[in-house]
Ligand binder design. Structure first.
Ligand code: AR6
Length: 165
């Protein structure tokens, strides 16, 4: 069974088989982690994404990493908690795991999907993320939950999140 680690880092710097993006449904770039990944991967990534025709919320698409190993994912837009957001967020993680595993990836890193521009409450998002990660431990050597600040990492380490309450 692989380990799950919670780190504070810039996801574009991690040496893993696949990194997951939190893109918008066009896949044509944005701010936040999406912008950072496009800058680090280079212009070839945007050219490749133009051929994909977008990606609906909850689904995932995979691309070569170009200057880094990158996989793409769309996070759900948080509305009021009553629009299937938890299911859609779980689908984001689930479909990313499926694609990465089909490609033979053994290590994978996720940002905190939907918790920035999309406004998904961070603690709820961490609970969902860590729960799906737990379901996929057998298929990977290492799953990294990549937080962008120490306070986000502390939040993900709270007992409620780790126990999936
Ligand atoms: N490494 C790791 N995490 C990061 C990095 C980084 N380099 N940069 C930001 N984060 P967001 P969303 C964290 O807004 O909420 C884009 O414009 C950040 O602190 O990037 O899913 C897309 O194009 C936060 O915790 O993604 C979409 O339009 C987390 O990554 C929209 O934003 C996600 O924040 C998607 O919104």
């Amino acid at each position: 069974m692989g380990r799950i680690r919670i780190v504070t880092a810039d996801i574009t710097r991690l040496k893993v088989d696949a990194i997951v993006n939190a893109a918008n449904s066009t896949l044509l770039g944005g701010g936040g982690v999406d912008g950072a990944i496009h800058r680090a991967a280079g212009a070839e990534l945007l050219a490749y994404c133009r051929t994909l025709g977008g990606c609906p919320t909850g689904e995932a698409r995979i691309t070569p990493g170009f200057n880094l190993p990158a996989q793409w994912i769309v996070g759900p837009v948080w509305q009021d908690g009553d629009q299937d957001e938890p299911e859609l967020l779980r689908d984001c993680y689930l479909n990313s795991f499926k694609l990465a595993s089909e490609q033979g990836c053994r290590t994978i890193a996720f940002p905190a999907i939907s918790t920035g521009v999309y406004g998904y409450p961070k603690r709820n998002a961490a609970t969902e993320a860590l729960s799906v990660m737990g379901d996929w431990r057998d298929g990977f050597d290492e799953i990294t939950a990549c937080c962008f600040s120490q306070s986000d990492a502390d939040l993900a380490l709270c007992p409620e999140c780790l126990m999936g309450d």
